[in-house]
Design a protein around this ligand. Structure first.
Ligand code: HEC
Length: 161
């Protein structure tokens, strides 16, 4: 009771800042997660910023949010791998984790073709393009590119995983 009172008198506690290490910990095992319904497996990227082909995974928070049909909640995490060609030559890895209260509400992760970290946190270059998507999620797309169907007819080759 005393502890409760002390905490109560101390004012609202600041939530611990989400860090790059937290993101790395949460990304462990991502390759076993589910794929978004509207981006199943490796898909040709019509937009192409991440690479010619992209694969996306979502964590169980996203699974639950999507099943409920509501907005993405704190802890929602997407990981994407992108490839240069149909042989599956890796180009980069990226991730985005919803952190309510953070600038633009997402904590971004950027990794090279070997999955070595490049940068993480509030990355305006990521956010500036992702702002075009609903809640900054791009694979769902409010207005799909008109060439989407044609683009998706491209051969996806045989990819690893
Ligand atoms: C110029 C636009 C652009 C920039 C810049 C960009 N992205 Fe993306 N991103 C996309 C598009 C478009 C998709 C959907 C897949 C596709 O079409 O390639 C996507 C997909 C993703 C996904 C999968 C979830 C989703 O939103 O669909 C993650 C995670 C992601 N990007 C992270 C990042 C990170 C981290 C950065 C910065 C290092 C970044 N992106 C920069 C356009 C961009």
């Amino acid at each position: 009771m005393l502890l409760v009172l002390l905490v109560a008198c101390g004012g609202p506690l600041e939530p611990a800042a989400f860090t790059e290490a937290d993101l790395a910990a949460e990304m462990i095992g991502y390759a076993d997660w589910s794929h978004p319904d509207d981006w199943p497996g490796v898909q040709p990227s019509c937009e192409g910023s991440h690479g010619s082909y992209v694969q996306i995974w979502q964590n169980d928070v996203v699974d639950a949010d999507r099943a409920a049909g509501g907005a993405l909640s704190n802890g929602a995490l997407f990981v994407a791998a992108s490839y240069q060609d149909t042989a599956g030559t890796p180009k980069m890895f990226v991730s985005m984790r919803k952190v309510e209260g953070a600038p633009n509400t997402w904590f971004w992760g950027h990794y090279d073709e070997d999955a070595a970290p490049i940068d993480a946190g509030d990355l305006p270059a990521c956010s500036a393009c992702h702002v075009q998507g609903v809640d900054r999620v791009r694979h769902t797309g409010v207005v799909p590119p008109t060439h989407l169907a044609e683009c998706r007819e491209r051969d996806t080759g045989s990819f690893p995983g």
